[in-house]
Write a protein that binds this ligand. Structure first.
Ligand code: MG
Length: 452
């Protein structure tokens, strides 16, 4: 990973860590890296968004590249717009699921997918050496505006079985959490034939109603509303609406692992190809149903970009991919997480089966997860020892990203944090007691290496 760009671009508290000067220089680095061409830009609803977007636009224009501004829009909308309109790159001003004071800058390639490590390293080199391209005074890049949302909504509708949804006319509560999903999902779902009830659906970059991350603990109001209005489903997005998580008809919020595996099953049954892609932090809950259908799980490092890149590599063999946090990638639309499409596909899935979300969730293998962490001085040194220590443990081990030890129905994953001086331990087992026991065991392995 580069020093500047983390797994999801450059993030920080606006006007403190993430200043307009920094954003302008980052945009110049991207534009210098490209040398020529057109860039599209969008932002989420954060209050610092407009200021930082303008800095990025100025940086781009100063290098002589043209920039098209689509205003406030979900990240996947910008990504689709870039891909479909032959842009050379896209800039998204967003801090995704982080709290309101944060913002971030994310760059995507001409195919709408986040750049590879290698490409970002080159941009970082340009940034550090300040070898920026400058346009002649008479010829700065052009700045124009466009509205990308109508084409994005139209394109999603073309991928969905609207007839089935119209027949069912489901009642859906949408909670974009005052983020960029406000501009798309309520309108899209209404056009698909749903009775839409909205919650936190006016854009507000202070995120007054809830934290932007669509975790069960943050979407209790949505859960209550689903129950109160007797809805069939609740949908929640994060700040830039590339993720969607769901509340079932009984008012129970589900983690993203439930919807992910339901999509894996659906796509394996309806599309050609037998592979799905997910990071090593996903578990048996995802892999068991896939294997039962004759499919194969391809594991990757943690991070949606590595999932996207692996899916592109697999091509037609791969039917679906995603993470356990509500980020789902449908390769028949685009190779990035897409919250609005995920919401539409869930409604389609429920309208074409005779079952409710709670029934479908109950049919899945039931596993419990534990996530814990421990502070360490030197992550890399500790991990080297951990890799040695796990050799021969369990039935097999895997070192794609961190150290993973498998037993028939359970596993431990020991992984250094990308951002903090900690090593994380994730476990999965059929019962909470077993998962906790494995977490203790995982921590013990790390603690022992500290003492050596
Ligand atoms: Mg996001």
């Amino acid at each position: 990973m580069t020093e500047l760009f983390g797994t999801n671009g450059v993030r920080g508290i606006a006007n403190d860590e993430l200043t307009p000067e920094l954003v302008m220089k980052l945009a110049r680095s991207l534009a210098t890296f490209l040398g020529d061409g057109r860039i599209a830009i969008a932002r989420d609803t954060r209050v610092s968004g407009e200021m930082l977007k303008k800095a990025a636009i100025t940086g781009t224009q100063s290098t002589g590249l043209d920039v098209v501004d689509i205003g406030e829009a979900p990240s996947p909308c910008l990504q689709y717009y870039v891909k479909e309109n032959d842009f050379d790159s896209g800039i998204i001003i967003t801090a995704s699921h982080n709290p309101a004071e944060y913002n971030g800058v994310k760059f995507v390639d001409g195919d709408g997918v986040e750049y590879s490590h290698k490409q970002l390293e080159e941009m970082e080199r340009i940034y550090k050496k300040e070898i920026f391209q400058y346009a002649d005074w008479s010829n700065p890049g052009n700045h124009s505006y466009d509205d990308a949302i109508p084409m994005y909504i139209r394109a999603i509708k073309q991928k969905i079985d609207i007839e089935s949804i119209l027949e069912e006319n489901p009642k859906v509560v949408v909670d974009p959490g005052n983020g960029a999903g406000c501009f798309v999902t309520p309108y899209l779902l209404r056009q698909l034939g749903c009775k839409v009830v909205t919650l936190n659906s006016q854009p507000d970059g202070l995120f007054p109603a809830r934290e932007p991350e669509p975790l069960p603990k943050n979407i209790e109001d949505l859960a209550d509303t689903v129950e109160a209005v007797g809805a069939d489903l609740g949908v929640a997005h994060d700040g830039d609406a590339d993720r969607a998580t769901f509340v079932d008809e009984k008012g129970k919020p589900h983690m993203g692992d439930v919807s992910l595996v339901l999509f894996f099953k659906k796509m394996l049954k309806t599309k050609e190809g037998n592979k799905v892609v997910t990071p090593v932090s996903s578990g048996k809950k995802a892999s068991k149903p896939v294997e039962e259908l004759g499919g194969e799980v391809v594991w990757t490092e943690v991070g949606s970009t590595t999932v996207s890149r692996k899916m592109i590599e697999l091509g037609d063999e791969c039917v679906c991919g995603g993470e356990e946090n509500g980020g789902v990638i449908f390769p028949d639309f685009q190779y990035c997480r897409d919250g609005a499409l995920t919401a539409a596909r869930m409604i389609e899935l429920l309208s074409t089966t005779e079952k409710t979300l709670s029934e479908l969730a109950n049919e899945l293998p039931q596993y419990k997860h534990v996530k814990t962490k421990t502070k360490v001085q030197d992550k890399q040194r500790i991990m080297k020892k951990v890799f040695k220590k796990i050799e021969g443990m369990g039935e097999c081990t895997q070192t794609i990203d961190g150290a993973k030890i498998f037993w028939e129905d359970s596993w431990i994953l020991i992984r250094p944090s990308g951002t903090e001086p900690v090593v994380r331990v994730f476990t999965e087992a059929p019962s909470l007691e077993e998962a906790k026991e494995l977490a203790r065991k995982g921590l013990e392995i790390v603690e022992e290496t500290k003492e050596e």
